[in-house]
Design a protein around this ligand. Structure first.
Ligand code: WT7
Length: 660
């Protein structure tokens, strides 16, 4: 984790290389400032021009922004479009039909190429196939797929027929999948027999079966299965179909369903501060616009680039910067299946060299683990690989500590590639605060300045602006096109979580703390201000894990906190009180393992606590509130120097000090 004190003193500044600046889409700080000024002067005009220039509208919009029902903002509401048409057909018209859209490399290192024409045809056949199953505009479809061209095609096919997809990351458990199928009211699940990660075959279809068997999924009529490994699966006649049968004999053209700009393109579940994940709903027009603009502005995408975002389509990064953004701007992109450490920790560098990637976008947690691996084994050190094709590097998902930034800049970018540290969220749809590679002087560990048109600020609890240098909460003062539209099925929670009354009800609360540098005004994100953890760039709600733990018959009470971790940013530490007496020694180890596996089954392996400590009780105030701030100190292994006068049972602290 970025140490805030060190960051405040971080004074290294790296200017973008002159050559990069010369060819950049946004070239130089004056150009950036001029765009910001334009947005300030005529906010709606700024966005309207961009939306007209970038999107191919079926019916042009006449209204740019509707604020009458704030915070349920509407963008380009009377315009009509189809997102898949903009990503595929447009490229066929632009002369990109024969251009490679996707270079796909599977876990075993085999690669295949798909052109825009081929991808278009595949998506159309699949869209027709989905229609033949009775899936139509407005329906929700859950996608539980491995990284694959088919996964991207499934998302695009949904967009083409106006169905709203909800991709569930393949690492989530049957229970998590079931909850999402129910909440979305999905009529179909698109999945695969299995997924392959690091040489291991892992089930997907079997988990779908398990999820459905848990009940409540009566609205689900179809399960479509892509054959990834050919493993035996349980096939339910009447409900299950092979993808190859669904697309067989389907036409390779499909008239897109023209939808309103506000039509829900997708729902993506993410963790919040209560036990129940939030179904973040995005719209079509505004989302597409921002996916395109950030590809152009932040990634400076050019026709000859080979773009590689290493995210999974199960996360928002894989939506915006794999499934939609690169296609909408006609880029060639690499898509990979697997993990960064298989067949060895040189996989990323080897792939960059073989496919001549020019833009590389990954997470700090991956960088940190690959630094370790390179230190331990010279054979997988990036210097063994030809990385000279690279011209731009990006980081996403969590704060990047200056040391990791420097390593990335030096060893991967050879000090000639700008590094864009992109701050954004599932809710924001695309980048918010990031350097522009051909303009912004970079400071390691700072995401620097907001993109043009993005009105971020640091305020206090009542919404008053804070001066630079003073830490506060990060907000966005004006709505922007790719913002979350609502929480699916829960508009009240949407209002409460993101537009709280204390801040006036109209400014967006990001949920992160931030501070701006006194001289440069640069933003540094200081971490979440709610009960959300960031483990390896994945968002986890502490309440979600606590609910999973207390659902175990052995557990009476549980409190979960984050603990700084060198590799994963944060790690999960759980304090647990059992219904029986407090276990010690081997028994404690055994029960801790049982509980970890339980959480893995309840939520998914990413939610397994790294550490579990048992106590007779938890530190509580006299009114019974668990004092998590004390638990955070204990988890770090530090001495408690804070005020404990409100603590009901101070003796418990000694017991919880010791890891098992
Ligand atoms: C949270 C959002 C961004 C898409 C993938 C994660 C943290 C994200 C940065 C960054 C510091 C960052 C924030 C944010 N975060 N990017 N560059 N610097 N923190 O999306 O799962 O919705 O998580 O990730 O805490 O709120 P997400």
């Amino acid at each position: 984790m970025a140490d805030i004190e060190t960051l405040k003193q971080e004074n290294r500044i790296f200017n973008p290389p002159a050559e990069f600046v010369g060819n950049a889409t946004i070239s130089g700080m004056e150009a950036y400032q001029a765009m910001c000024a334009k947005a300030e002067q005529d906010y709606e005009g700024f966005w309207a021009t961009l939306a007209n220039e970038n999107i191919q509208w079926k019916k042009p919009f006449t209204k740019t922004l509707n604020e009458s029902n704030a915070p349920f903002y509407k963008w380009f509401e009377d315009g009509q479009l189809n997102v898949s048409y903009n990503c595929l057909d447009r490229n066929l018209q632009n002369g990109n039909a024969g251009k490679t859209a996707v270079i796909f490399e599977s876990d075993d290192g085999k690669s295949t190429r798909v052109t825009y024409q081929e991808l278009h045809d595949k998506v159309c056949q699949f869209a027709n196939g989905l229609k033949s199953l009775g899936i139509k505009r407005g329906d929700r479809v859950v996608i539980y797929m491995p990284m694959s061209v088919e996964g991207i095609a499934a998302m695009q096919a949904c967009a083409r027929i106006g169905a709203t997809h909800s991709v569930v990351f393949g690492g989530f458990s049957a229970k998590s999948l079931q909850e999402r199928i129910i909440d979305a009211g999905a009529v179909a699940v698109i999945t695969a027999d299995e997924q392959v990660r690091g040489g291991k075959q892992l089930p997907l279809k079997a988990i779908v079966d398990e999820a459905i068997a848990m009940g409540g999924c009566e609205h689900l009529k179809n399960v479509v299965i892509y054959q990834r490994t050919g493993a035996n699966i349980n096939f339910v006649e009447g409900r299950d179909r092979w993808m190859k049968d669904v697309v067989a004999n389907q036409a390779s053209t499909c008239e897109p369903e023209w939808v309103d700009a506000e039509h829900p393109l997708f729902i993506l579940y993410t963790s919040g501060s209560t036990g129940k994940p939030k179904g973040v709903q995005h719209a079509s027009g505004g989302y597409l616009l921002w996916a395109m603009l950030t590809m152009k502005w932040t990634f400076d995408i050019k026709p000859e680039d080979v773009f590689w975002c290493t995210a999974d389509i199960g996360w928002v990064t894989g939506h915006t910067y794999i499934a939609y953004g690169p296609l909408a701007v006609g880029a060639t992109q690499i898509v990979f299946e697997g993990v960064p450490t298989y067949p060895n920790a040189g996989r990323f560098w080897d792939m960059i060299a073989r496919h001549k990637a020019t833009i590389f976008y990954t997470a700090p947690t991956a960088i940190r683990s690959l630094i370790k691996a390179a230190d331990a084994d010279a054979a997988v050190h990036p210097k063994q690989y030809d990385l000279s094709s690279l011209r731009l590097l990006g980081s996403v998902g969590e704060p990047i500590n200056p040391e990791a930034w420097m390593w990335y800049y030096r060893n991967i970018g050879n000090e000639k590639c700008p590094v864009v540290d992109t701050f954004w969220q599932t809710e924001t749809g695309g980048h918010m605060i990031t350097p522009l590679p051909g303009a912004t002087p970079m400071v390691p560990g700072s995401c620097t300045l907001p993109l043009p048109g993005i009105m971020t600020a640091v305020v206090d609890e009542t919404g008053n602006d804070l001066p630079n240098g003073q830490g506060g909460i990060l907000v966005v003062k004006r709505p922007w096109p790719s913002m979350i539209r609502t929480i699916w099925n829960d508009p009240e929670r949407f209002k409460k979580s993101y537009f709280p009354e204390e801040l006036g009800g109209k400014i967006y609360l990001a949920g992160d703390g931030a501070v701006r540098n006194e001289t440069t005004g640069y933003f540094t994100i200081t971490g979440r201000i709610d009960d959300v953890l960031n483990v390896s760039g994945h968002r986890m709600g502490t309440m979600e894990i606590e609910s999973a733990l207390v659902a175990n018959p052995l557990v009476a009470e549980a409190a979960v906190v984050g603990k700084p971790d060198e590799t994963t940013g944060e790690s999960i530490c759980a304090f647990v009180v059992l219904k029986r007496s407090r276990p010690t020694g081997d028994e404690a180890k055994q029960i801790a393992k049982e509980l970890r596996d339980w959480v893995g089954k309840e939520i998914g392996p990413i939610a397994k606590p790294k550490e579990i400590r048992f106590g007779d009780n938890l530190p509580k105030t006299r009114s019974g509130k668990i004092m998590r701030r004390l638990l955070r100190v204990l988890a770090k292994g530090e001495q408690i120097t804070q005020d404990v006068s409100t603590l009901e049972n101070p003796a418990i602290l000694d017991q919880l000090k010791q890891a098992q």
